[in-house]
Structures are given as C-alpha cells and as structure tokens.
Design a binder for this molecule. Sequence first.
Ligand code: NAD
Length: 378
Amino acid sequence: MATIYITRERAAGERRVATVPAAVTKLTRTGLEVVVEPAAGAAAGIDDDAYVEAGARLAQDGDLAEAAVVARVAPPTLEEVGDLAPGTVLLTFAAPHRNLDVVAALAEAQVTTVAMELVPRISRAQSMDALSSQANIAGYRAVITAAYELDKYFPLFMTAAGTIKPASLVVLGAGVAGLQAVATGKRLGAVVKVSDIREAAKQEVASLGGTFIDVPSDEDLTGEGGYAKEAGEDFLTRQRRVLTEHLSVAHAAITTAQIPGRPAPTLLTTEMVEAMPRGAVVIDLAAADGGNCELTDPDRVVEHAGVRIIPGQGLPSEMPREASAMYANNIAAFLGLLAADGAITVDTDDEVVAGALLTHEGEVVHERTASLLEGEAT
Ligand code: NAD
C-alpha cells in the first residue's frame, strides 16, 4: 500500500509537525497509509499513541525510502535529501531562494517537490495556503510578544490614580501577518499605525481600525498575484523619512514586509531605531529573509539604544499545536490534488499543482529558482 510519511522535524527550534491526529483521516481518505516517524509530534505535545489511535502507523527502518509521499514542515537538509528515493513526492516549506543547493539536490535525486510557499493565492487553493495559515499565527503572536516584552500597558487606563496613555504600535507591511497584528493590537487597546505599499492595504487597515501612514508614490506597487513589487530606493528613502516621525513615539513596531523570493526590504535603519523611545521593542517577522530592520539578527535579540530587536521567524513554532493543525489541513487539502484511491498523479495541467512545483522529473521547474541557480537572477 502506498504511504505518506510524516517526518520528525530536526531543524533547531522547529516544534511543528506536518500532520496531527485530527487530520490523519483526511490523509487516509486519499487511499494512502499514514506512517508517522516516532516522536514526530512530541515537540507539539502530541504523543505517538494519539497518531496510532487516529489510524496511522509508527514508522520503522526503511519506511522513508519506501514512501510515495513525504510531508514535512522545514526544508530538508542536503543529508535528508539523500534519504529520499527517486520518484518521492515531497510536500514542504522549501524557502527555495535561501536553499539553492538543496533544491538542486532534490532535482538531482528525482524528487518531485511541492513548495508550500509557492501554492498560488487563488480561491480554489485557499485551503492549501500554508503561508497564510502560519502568517496569521505569526501576526497574533508578535503582538502578544510585544505586549509581554514591553514595560507598559497596551490599553488606555483612566483610574483614580491617574491616566495611562495607550501604547503606540507601528505595523510595517499589511499582508496576512500584518493585518492579524493590527486586529490583535486593536483588541489589546493599542493605537495602531500601519504602512504598506499596496493600494488595497489602505482599505483593509482602515476596516480594522488602524491608521494608514501615507507615503506618496507615483505608482501603485501592487505586483502579480496581489503581492508587492520591489519598491525603488527613492520610495524607500521617502518611506523611511515618514516612518521616523511615527516611530519616534512608538512603543512597539512589528515588521512583516516581504517581497516573495527576494530579500526583505530594509524599512528600519539603525538611525530610525535610535529615534525610537528607550524601552521600545521591534519584532521582525521578516528576519529569515534578511529582516526589515538593519539591526536584526535571526539568531538572537539585539539591543541597540535601549530598543530590543526580536527576530520573529520562529513565532508560529511557539504555538506548535495549532500551527501544526492548520498546516496539516493545508497539506491534506494539497494531497487531495495528488492522490486518489492510493495512486499518485502529478497533474501539471492543474494550475495549483503547476504553480507549487519546485522540482519534477529531474528538473528545477520553478522559473525564478531555476534562474537563480543559473546565476541569471539577482
Ligand atoms: P507578504 O508576506 O509577501 O508581505 C507582507 C506585506 O508587506 C505585503 O502586504 C506587502 O505589500 C508589504 N510590503 C512589501 N514591501 C513593503 C514596503 N516597502 N513597505 C511596506 N510594506 C511592504 O504578503 P502576504 O501576507 O503573503 O500577502 C500578500 C498578498 O496576497 C496580499 O495582498 C494578501 O491579501 C494576498 N493574499 C491573497 C490570498 C488569497 O486570495 N487566497 C491569500 C493570502 C494573501
């Protein structure tokens, strides 16, 4: 019987797992047997027994090389690619632009890789949109982290002993994570100001009660698929000037600005951090892609001029049970496109499958990654 193998994550700090017991029947509905590596759910608080009770089997030696499909969260290492047999279909976050050697190895190993971050953002694929499911958690958790780290109240308090002013929160980037941060910040009572470069973001921010920070631009920087285009240096300079005013009175900043497949834009320079009040915190959700703040270090909290800059790429992993449950549903929904009655078909005429494919039949089929590998793109 063909199997789907659920890997135990080994990346530092990764507590999520690619399926949870509640999603096992969604996977078996495709006719595949679910095989779970022992302790795969341990870091998310899920026992092996719970998977078995849900209908999965615990893996033994040799199961990985026999699997038709392998599902995981973090990109594999080169060594882990070596454990996959030719023809395996791998479902994973791949961060291709940061892992070119791994992508090349996957193609070489004849692995068909579905990169979950490449799933097209179209209505039919909403249930498979792992970027959104995880960004939602990151946006929420970023605000909770900022509120915890801050030495002041978020909400306005009027008491007999005096009035406490609400915290001022600046959110940079109003995509899925940013909008969740706005909503969460508002619920906690902060004054929330937001910057984005897409026209559509203005309306979305306003509907959540945030104030949009306008940076005049001659062009709408909305690119393909509703994503942002890379803003020019001239725009970024003007944006930094306008932002400095707001940051100089901000207690917390949450930065989420990303351009798919490229380094994150620098929105907060060292000078801007120095303009922030002492005790302020910056949570940088773009830390893995170079960060939106010049001072961000993805591996540690940096303190500069009394401001703490906290890398936020690991925030979904801090809520591993729910992050895994949502990712598991994304994986199960995608598997529904690939597997039926226990047989796997990679239908490259399906725009969702084609859009998410990174490697297939020995080739790197995602154009931008292929160009990066050939040294033709920057
Ligand atoms: P993202 O993670 O790629 O980027 C986050 C935000 O940063 C974006 O809003 C982007 O405009 C912004 N940004 C980029 N450069 C910036 C700069 N210099 N200054 C300020 N902000 C900057 O975005 P995302 O959360 O993945 O969402 C991208 C788009 O996709 C959004 O329009 C979102 O609504 C849309 N989306 C659609 C669907 C769907 O239809 N199924 C699902 C999810 C997201």
